[in-house]
Every structure is written in C-alpha cells, then in structure tokens.
Design a protein around this ligand. Structure first.
Ligand code: MN
Length: 132
C-alpha cells in the first residue's frame, strides 16, 4: 500500500497548448503499470475549458464544485453541476470546462493507451464556447 499525503504532489497548471484559460490539475492517482487508470481533480476558472479532444478508452467526469459546461461534437450543450456525472465514450470528440461566470471542478477518470490518455485537437473558439 502506498500513502500519498496531501501536498506531496504540487498542483500543475494545465498546458496552454491544450487548454484555454487557467486550469489547475491535481493528480489523485497515477497507478503504475500494469494499471493504466488515471484519476485527476481539475479546476477550471471562469471561461476556462479544454481544447477539443478524444480519449482512447473514454472518460468519466464527476462534477464536485461550481457550474460547468460540456459538449460532444454535434451534441447538446450540457450544464454540469455538483453531483452530476457524464460519460464520454471512446473516440468521441468533445470539450469540457467552466461556465463563463463561474468556476468548476470535476474529477476525471480515464485510462491510458501506450501512456497516452487523450488525443488533443484544435482549441474551442469563443463562438463555439458561447453557442447554446
Ligand atoms: Mn475529456
């Protein structure tokens, strides 16, 4: 059993290449091989969001704070509130983030394929982000 105490892993700022706005990532679990599950707490400041992307084995998002937004390509805009779960199937192009005025924190659970948990695409434009 491995105990990873609070503070042992500093919060990381999400890379500008794959995110818009300020996003903080706190690893909950990076289990060593052969496990490949990744669990991360992600906090998006107001207006912040991911770029468009897919996950090789899909992704579960569980909202724990604030008010968020998420959309799959061609799908409806989903408002995320604390206690809400969304499941994104493998290969489905999507984005997620905070609402324009309110921050949002979710727990993200996904698995890696050859060490990679996401395939990143273009940024979500302001027009895409503000579309209802
Ligand atoms: Mn995702």
């Amino acid at each position: 059993m491995k105990h990873i105490p609070n503070g042992a892993r500093p919060s990381k700022k999400a890379p500008e290449s794959d995110f818009t706005g300020t996003v903080w990532q706190d690893a909950i679990n990076d289990a060593p091989a052969p496990a490949r599950v990744r669990v991360v707490k992600v906090r998006f400041e107001p207006g912040a969001r991911t770029a468009w992307h897919t996950h090789p084995f899909g992704q579960t998002l569980y909202c724990i704070e604030g008010l968020g937004l998420a959309r799959s390509e061609g799908g409806p805009l989903i408002e995320l509130r604390p206690g809400d779960t969304i499941w994104i199937p493998p290969g489905e192009k999507h984005w997620h983030g905070a609402s324009p005025t309110t921050s949002m924190t979710h727990i993200a659970v996904h698995e890696t394929l050859d060490g990679k948990a996401a395939d990143w695409m273009e940024k979500v434009s302001d027009a895409e982000y503000s579309a209802s």
